[in-house]
Ligand binder design. Sequence first.
Ligand code: GSH
Length: 345
Amino acid sequence: MSDPTGGTPAGDGNTEYGRKKFKRSAGHFADRITADGRDGWPVGAGRYRLVVSRACPWASRALISRRLLGLESALSLAVADPIQDDRSWRFTLDPDGRDPVLGIRYLSEAYDARATGYPGGVSVPAVVDVPSGRLVTNDYQRITLDLATEWTALHRAGAPDLYPEPLRDEIDEVMDGVFRDVNNGVYRAGFATDQAEYEAAYRDVFGRLDVLSARLAGSRYLVGDTITEADIRLFTTLVRFDAVYHGHFKCNRNKITEDPVLWAYARDLFQTPGFGDTTDFDHIKRHYYCVHTGINPTGIVPAGPDLSAWLTPHHREQLGGRPFGDGTPPGPAPEAERVPPPGRP
Ligand SMILES: N[C@@H](CCC(=O)N[C@@H](CS)C(=O)NCC(=O)O)C(=O)O
């Protein structure tokens, strides 16, 4: 598998998980799909296909944004098998193992159609141009911001503003810390190859979670009083934390369920349409525990934890806040995109 870590180890000549510091690669295809089409890719209903793994935290950002903004019919969805093989992400969940719209068996075929001899790894999320079958972008840091700000003509009525202009500096600042210490911090801990590197990452993870917990104690959302991109980015790590990062990545000072503020915040978002209804714990657990054979050689997927508590009352409404600002929640997920509810082992 080209990149089983969900990132690319720094330097060359590394072993499976790298002997050097875990380092996430830069997005290699960073074309943007914009309202004015300045990169050659204008926003258009039905033109592009979002390819995700429901296991992947970076792809899950896009899944959530697409639902909150009501882009399901404008931007179609391909869901890859959570277990990659040596050609990476594949469409083995679809009939005949082919994505029914792109007609391909592996996401790498869309990468190959875009560039020959591409040296980077094949990653999700990816947005593919349906008419040409070519990859447009795998720039996971940019995709959701563009869904929020460039795809506005195709947003549903009542869609929230996930990246409000007056709050962007604050959102960016919060997201920087969330990315470095939380989203990526858990990977740095999980794929550390020496004790000091692991312990530094562990400290970063919990140091930042403590700061965020204090911030969220009196405030329903991270920035302002509505859901923003910052909340989406924190949620995707929190929702995987107890099921995967606590054990598999050794981020085990405490579970999220043991931090009353973060646990209530995560449940509040989970129960908000667009968040829990795009989360598939089966895909998440099978991906991490089966694919990362370097850190879980048996490939055994833990039966726990009990996930049913995700649906218990959170009482965060008492903090006020307006989840969708002047907008409204999205309706139910399309029938074909439904995921199983969180259950008991
Ligand atoms: N493409 C980005 C981030 C997205 C990412 O890491 N996605 C993971 C899944 S969580 C992936 O597709 N990794 C490639 C693979 O597992 O084959 C990067 O290079 O750091």
